[in-house]
Design a protein around this ligand. Structure first.
Ligand SMILES: [Zn+2]
Length: 313
């Protein structure tokens, strides 16, 4: 447990999937209100396009909620373009393995289906389209990219630099959260040694803001204590590592009719506040700390495996 005089750990709540994938305004509003009441501003990773011709810059009512949220201290960033298919490469092994499937077989099938599209020039085109829609909607460019289902190949990060973005938030420190989602509580999966729990350089011009894990996906009342225990353990470890705790959760779960995700997150945020005296901040504020030099960025040379940044490959 942290002592009061220790430096404060930064804690960043990020929320995926509002927009093209989860279009309901009431769901977004419920999540905005929840994190507002918790005193922990959220950074929403917004999907620019979705089914039924949904497009971010044409959704006035939706945008009004998002813009009001920003005025209240929340933040919006970019979550891919369509969040469909393998738009920026295959999914990480811990996502391909959900539901007990063989990740290597799923990688093979994904390559067969979309591998010919995993090219730097096509990534640039998609990113430019996504950025344009975001810019039309918010009147500014997004600072940070996270892709749908964390799809990625190494060329993605060259494309990110090509379009002038400096930040991604696309890798997971502790994939154990996804093992728990699959009910595998006896797993020996642990922190990914290639993903340090603090901002680091992926390319000379691209900084990764790694997420720690997802603890609040499709919970039932019986699961809450186990997932919370993992979250608290990670909190202690990130603190000990002098890292930044970037939480990933999902708008459709935090904003669901059932309260399970909110119950877990309330307890996690309470522990972060009371036992670790964290400073809650948005992605935008974290980037401001990086750019002012207050938050150091690790010089780190990530291992590049055959399939790119694809743990378990
Ligand atoms: Zn997503």
């Amino acid at each position: 447990m942290a002592s009061v005089s220790a430096p404060q750990m930064r804690f960043v709540v990020t929320v995926d999937d509002p927009g093209g994938l989860i279009q309901e305004i009431a769901t977004l509003q419920r999540v905005v209100d929840f994190f507002g009441e918790e005193g922990a501003p959220a950074s929403f990773f917004v999907i620019p396009r979705g089914e039924g011709g949904w497009q971010l810059d044409r959704q006035e009512e939706w945008l009004a909620v998002a813009q009001q949220a920003e005025q209240q201290g929340h933040d919006c960033q970019l979550h891919g373009l369509d969040h469909a298919g393998y738009e920026f490469g295959p999914y990480p092994a811990f996502i391909f393995g959900m539901g007990g499937q063989d990740p290597k077989e799923r990688l093979r099938l994904a390559r067969e289906e979309a591998g010919h599209l995993w090219r730097r020039d096509l990534y640039v085109e998609k990113l430019e389209t996504a950025i344009e829609i975001f810019e039309n909607a918010f009147g500014r460019r997004p600072q940070t990219l996270r892709t749908g289902a964390l799809s990625q190949t190494p060329e993605l990060y060259d494309a990110v630099a090509d379009v002038g973005m400096r930040y991604v938030s696309n890798m997971i420190v502790n994939p154990r959260g996804w093992e728990y989602i699959g009910g595998r509580y006896d797993t020996d999966v642990d922190w990914d040694p290639d993903v340090p729990p603090t901002p680091y350089y992926l390319r000379q011009a691209v900084i990764n803001l790694p997420m720690i894990s997802e603890y609040a996906w499709k919970l039932t009342p019986e699961k809450i204590d186990k997932h919370l225990a993992l979250a608290i353990e990670d909190l202690e470890r990130v603190y000990a590592a002098d890292g930044v705790f970037i939480l990933i959760c999902h708008v459709q779960e935090v904003g669901a009719d059932h309260p399970h995700s909110r119950v877990l997150l309330h307890r996690l945020l309470e522990a972060a506040r009371e036992d670790y005296q964290v400073t809650f901040m948005t992605v935008r504020e974290l980037i401001a700390d990086i750019e002012s030099g207050e938050m150091p960025v690790l010089e780190y040379k990530p291992r590049i495996t055959e399939g790119g940044y694809y743990s378990g490959n």
